[in-house]
Design a protein around this ligand. Structure first.
Ligand SMILES: [Zn+2]
Length: 210
């Protein structure tokens, strides 16, 4: 084990993110090594999951230190392909501490049913799981973006939309999956569970309404 790996082994953020990865994998939200997670280490850096790792079997040395300066990313290893989007979110809001990206069946299917660039959830008590949403009565929007294999393009689209209005702690990528974030790892986990719950409810409702 090299020095960097040893450092991560002892890093409480890294240990907590790996434990959360096991919980997320147990929900079947990151099949076939899909998805990626990160936790901020400083204003300009984060630990990001390495590419191609089973997210249910992460150990701290599977997290790579990534730093950014403007649009430039630097990392000693091969981080997840979607690292540029994590870095973009950290730069858009200095309070973001963790970003979680999942490939659940329900988020993937739901995203393909939505043709608009945002979906308004309404009438669910669980909307209150998403920070700042205080009533089932207030529309709770989830932004939707088209998928692309060119992550810097997606990151630029997210930045553009955020600058009009900050996104509501999550976004869907069509046919791909869900991104959530939070000001702590616990908040990001709550947002993940909240959005997955809301998406599941809407999918069920749409099925029954046919
Ligand atoms: Zn993905």
């Amino acid at each position: 084990m090299n020095n960097t790996a040893q450092l991560h082994q002892l890093n409480p953020n890294a240990i907590a993110l790996c434990a959360l990865g096991r919980w997320i994998a147990s929900r079947h939200w990151v099949p076939a090594t899909g998805g990626n997670f990160s936790i901020r280490s400083s204003e300009h850096s984060a630990l990001v999951t390495a590419s191609g790792k089973d997210k249910g079997e992460l150990s701290p040395q599977d997290l790579l230190p990534v730093s950014w300066q403007g649009g430039e990313l630097s990392c000693p290893g091969k981080p997840s392909a979607e690292t540029a989007l994590h870095a973009q979110l950290y730069q858009l809001d200095g309070q973001i501490k963790a970003v979680l990206h999942t490939h659940s069946v329900q988020a993937t299917v739901f995203s393909r049913l939505i043709t608009e660039d945002s979906y308004q959830f309404n009438g669910y008590e669980m909307q209150k799981a998403i920070s700042g949403n205080t009533s089932h009565d207030c529309p709770c929007p989830l932004a939707v973006f088209d998928n692309t294999q060119h992550i810097p393009t997606l990151a630029a689209q997210v930045r553009q939309r955020w600058q009009q209005q900050p996104l509501n702690w999550g976004l869907l990528v069509r046919g791909h999956g869900l991104y959530v974030w939070g000001r702590s790892l616990d908040e990001a986990k709550r947002h993940l569970e909240g959005w997955e719950f809301l998406i599941n409810c809407e999918l069920e409702r749409l099925k029954l309404a046919r």
